[in-house]
Design a protein around this ligand. Sequence first.
Ligand code: OSB
Ligand code: MG
Length: 370
Amino acid sequence: MKIRDLSVHHLRIPLVTPFRTSFGTSHTKETFLVRLETDDAVGWAECGAEEDPLYSSEYLEGAEWVIRTQLAPRLLALGDALTAGAVRDALEPVKGHRMAKHVVETALLDAELRAADMSFGRYLGATRTRVPSGVSVGIMDSIPELLGHVRDYLDQGYLRIKLKIEPGWDIEPVRAVREEFGDDILLQVDANTAYTLRDARHLARLDDFDLLLIEQPLPEDDMRGHAELQKLITTPVCLDESIESARDAATAIAMGATQVINIKPSRVGGYLEARRIHDIAEANGIPVWCGGMLECGVGRAANLALAALPNFVLPGDTSASSRYFAEDITAPFELEDGHLAVPTGPGIGIDPLPDALAEFTVATTAIDLR
Ligand code: OSB
Ligand code: MG
């Protein structure tokens, strides 16, 4: 496969509500799309990196630089031997930068699958036509404000609530949500690395609330700490930031550092690696669910296909477009009976809408193919 044209489209899309985590607050979705044209098709993919390196060490400007100077030349050097399946080995000399690798591999895979008239879901091995939706709820200024948002999401039909937590906003919001909405709602928390092992006794207080899991309580490089923490709390530990590869997943499972895994294709370098993690977890009896990076419709479409694989047994952070944006870059994904439909068209199964693309694009750069 020959790349005819490769470009980066920077987007800025307003969020319907600010999103606050233990590492910062977002008011807009900043990302870029990669558009990749071959002789047979056009592929699209969305970068998972954020503007600043706060969730992980990657950030948008850096990812673009890596794609332009490191990844694109290596892929072009493959000539006709370039396929999505060849990307991993070709890019292996470049350390890390998984979100940059993810977006180019995914754009290539999209172009390839569109040319083959095959959907992402079919290619990855999806076994369902729709996936259950959860929602990730940011840190708020007050408990009443939080309860208002949670009530609204439950009224819309979301099947699971995830509360972002940090020191000072953990036990009380969880208690308030349980008291207000009862013991039957599926509830979990995400700390985005805000604690240390010294907080184990405090975090054990969450054990009273029958949470599905606690996501990434400790720093991303503290695999051992998570294994130690799990011995001190009964709430299942679920790793997000710590799992960057299938090897990380195997290590975490073997160490007892994770009982559940949040799989984000962007964080792990692409859908092929994401599927390996799914398979390793399944073989070890570890359930997985699909995380998110507040993606617009382009990233969401492919995530839904992945989330339809059999070991995605918990509702994911794959919410409807309206949870994030008044206007999405694609036709909106809508909640039906608490679920989102898995796209069935070729490739990711959806295209950016020209008008929305024009409205939200703040810069476009061509990648030199010479
Ligand atoms: O830790 O899962 C996370 C968003 C940005 C960065 C990190 C995370 C998140 C979310 C939002 O929780 C999930 C979503 O709705 O896309
Ligand atoms: Mg997380």
